[in-house]
Design a protein around this ligand. Structure first.
Ligand SMILES: Cc1ncc(COP(=O)(O)O)c(C=O)c1O
Length: 344
């Protein structure tokens, strides 16, 4: 690194090398053309969502998102002075916002929506047709979309991922596409994410980042440029391992009485419906809600799941299968015992 002089500040939106690598990856994987001036690289996708909101949202502007949502969105919207407008998406709707519900939620104060595809926490994905319908509403109503596509490489059953920006030039003009190396390359600790957006917006993001983060870590940028440009074969291996774990987890959950789940199409999460357990007595305690269930499962069953309340999904808990098959088996065995009132 020292020999290559990679130890210095870089441009605030990242080196030309890493931004070119991002453009190449977006073209190959998503069929969308961007120039390096339209890319801002920063410290993880989380900072990129924040910087995108910073660039778009003025105090009091409304930002639409669907529930279940990734926990940080609400906080990030509020941190820039925006007002989150939450649209419920039920399990029967596969946890996805419909164009009709989106249209109803838009007001003169709406600046943008956040779309997360594939989704954390639900693992559900939008098809090209669904994206076309959402894009049509956004273009007609002239709102921006922050499209968080961080799990795009983890799409199962040979499902084709469609980037929102690939739908039409009109929606691309209004899209701030967020992605990064954290999930696709299992490089969470390297802290590299990026936003792809029309040049004037990318410039505003760059101005903000220049004063806020300076530049992303030079060493991580070099490593990310390699991950993005080298053979993508390891990503396919990672995906195959996740798909096997998903299949196992979904099948097991749906065999256990009292709980159920729909089959996620991407990412590495399963939303388990625990609403039937509310009011049931386990270990001398009557379950009040999903939070209560999650605490009792941790205490008496020795399994950690995330209660859905934080995701705007009461009645659900989220499992992650970003862990070994052994851990998954053990976790589900423990859940089975727990539901039979057998201590771990
Ligand atoms: C939907 C979603 N967006 C963004 C992020 C943040 O990614 P990063 O670790 O690159 O900041 C995560 C991480 O969990 C996520 O689930």
């Amino acid at each position: 690194m020292r020999r290559n002089n990679d130890t210095k500040y870089t441009p605030s939106t990242g080196t030309v090398e890493v931004r070119k690598a991002v453009c190449q990856r977006l073209k190959e994987d998503c069929g969308v053309e961007y120039q390096p001036a339209e890319i801002a690289v920063s410290n993880g996708a989380k900072t990129c969502v924040y910087a995108a909101l910073r660039a778009l949202v003025n105090s009091g502007d409304e930002v639409i998102l669907s529930a279940p949502y990734w926990v940080s969105y609400i906080e990030l919207i509020q941190m820039v002075g925006g007002v989150p407008v939450v649209v419920e998406a039920s399990e029967a709707e596969h946890f996805k916002i419909t164009p009709e519900k989106l249209a109803v939620a838009i007001t003169p104060k709406t600046k943008c929506m956040i779309l997360n595809n594939p989704s954390n926490p639900t693992g559900m994905m939008y098809s090209r047709q669904e994206l076309e319908a959402i894009a049509q509403v956004c273009v007609e109503k002239d709102i921006y979309v922050i499209s968080d596509e961080i799990y795009y490489r983890l799409a199962y059953d040979n499902r084709e991922f469609t980037s929102l920006a690939a739908i039409s030039p009109e929606i691309k003009e209004r899209t701030l596409l967020v992605n990064g190396v954290s999930k696709s390359y299992a490089m969470t600790g390297w802290r590299i994410g990026y936003v792809a957006a029309p040049a004037p917006i990318a410039k505003v993001i760059g101005n903000y980042l220049g004063h806020c983060t300076g530049s992303p870590c030079s060493i991580s940028q070099r490593a990310s440029a390699v991950a993005l440009s080298a053979s993508q074969e390891p990503v396919e291996e990672l995906k195959a391992a996740f798909e096997a774990r998903r299949n196992y987890m979904v099948e097991r959950i749906n065999q256990i009485e009292g709980v159920s789940c729909i089959k996620p199409e991407g990412a590495f999460y399963v939303m388990m419906n625990v609403s039937k357990l509310v009011g049931k007595e386990l270990f001398g305690h009557v379950i009040q809600d999903a939070d209560d269930f999650a605490s009792l499962l941790l205490k008496c069953g020795k399994v950690a799941v995330v209660p859905g309340t934080g995701f705007g999904a009461p009645g659900f808990v989220r499992w992650s299968y970003a862990t070994s098959m052994e851990n998954i088996k053990e976790g589900l065995d423990r859940l089975t015992k727990f539901l039979r009132n057998v201590p771990a």
